[in-house]
Design a protein around this ligand. Structure first.
Ligand SMILES: NC(=O)c1ccc[n+]([C@@H]2O[C@H](COP(=O)([O-])OP(=O)(O)OC[C@H]3O[C@@H](n4cnc5c(N)ncnc54)[C@H](O)[C@@H]3O)[C@@H](O)[C@H]2O)c1
Length: 275
């Protein structure tokens, strides 16, 4: 019988309660992985796990705050006792919020975003890597197109995600000889609850205007969907990417392929193709 792409693999997924993390948990489970789902939002996390089980997959929910060292250490101890080893770590949990221009940007917000997004990725890796050292594995961090270029009013997020891209390279070099590959994915704008928080929901005027503007500046003419990032994660988690390490894979619908979008914005026939 044909092996599924992640058969016999144990995968840890942070931020699995909603959005990209939930989709990735579903895709990994569908491909045969034993999925360890972690998040601070327990109700939604349990829904993720129930959905997977209903589809015949294997998953379990863990209450975990990636920004707290104690919480991460306890989590890793529990995983060691229950599962022994880990093959895949998807460092996906993250937060984002606008804070104004840098001189107005609240220090507390800067600290919070760095603490969850950058330091959380570091902490999770620090405590889960020992469960991979004997047999190798694949770590996938989530950066952002906002880690490669910058946005108005979001210096904390830009700094955290830029940091993740180079942290990924540092980890790839540190563990290459142990057979642990480390890559990151840089999503463009993906329709998830994070966008509702950042820009407003589809029901709100601001949220609708944001999505409309986003479509115009995206060559593929639409926002991304969370399963489209999950499928990139699947490639990086599986042995099909066995010679890929230290790479940041951009999945942004073409936004960063531009020099500038001028002609596309003036061309109404192109605008008509946006979803
Ligand atoms: N949606 C986008 O457009 C987009 C673009 C680029 C990058 N990203 C990144 O993708 C990742 C997933 O985001 P999403 O869009 O699916 O958003 P989301 O809000 O749906 O999911 C993020 C999840 O992380 C969890 N989380 C937050 N803080 C946590 C903590 N301290 N400990 C444990 N879990 C925590 C949340 O509870 C939530 O379930 C994030 O790292 C985000 O920065 C998203």
């Amino acid at each position: 019988m044909l092996m599924k792409r992640l058969e016999n693999k144990t995968a840890v997924i942070t931020g699995a309660a909603t959005g990209i993390g939930r989709s990735t948990a579903e895709v990994f489970a569908d491909k045969g992985a034993n999925v360890i789902c972690a998040d601070v939002k327990i109700e939604e996390l349990n829904e993720t796990v129930e959905n997977i089980k209903e589809q015949g997959g294997i998953a379990k929910a863990f209450d975990l705050d990636i920004s707290k060292e104690e919480s991460v250490r306890n989590f890793a101890d529990n995983i060691k006792q229950e599962y022994g080893t880990v093959d895949v770590l998807f460092n996906n949990a993250g937060v984002d919020q606008e804070g104004g221009k840098l001189h107005e940007y609240p220090v507390e917000l800067f600290d919070e975003i760095i603490k969850v997004d950058l330091r959380g990725t570091f902490l999770m890796s620090k405590y889960v890597i020992p469960l991979m050292l004997d047999h190798g594995g694949s770590i996938i961090n989530v950066s952002s197109m906002s880690g490669r270029a910058a946005d108005l009013d979001r210096s904390g997020y830009n700094a955290a995600k830029g940091g993740i891209i180079n942290l990924t390279k540092a980890m790839a070099i540190d563990y290459a000889r142990e057979g642990i590959r480390v890559n990151s994915i840089a999503p463009g704008t993906i329709e998830t609850p994070l966008i509702d928080i950042l820009a407003g929901s589809k029901e709100e005027e601001d949220g609708r205007a944001f999505r409309e503007a986003q479509k115009w500046v995206t060559p593929l003419g639409r926002l991304g969907k969370s399963h489209e990032i999950a499928n990139v994660a699947l490639f990086l988690a599986s042995d099909e990417s066995s010679f890929v390490t230290g790479e940041d894979v951009l999945a942004d619908g073409g936004v960063q392929a531009y020099t500038w979008p001028g002609k596309m914005l003036l061309d109404d026939s192109w605008k008509d193709t946006a979803e």
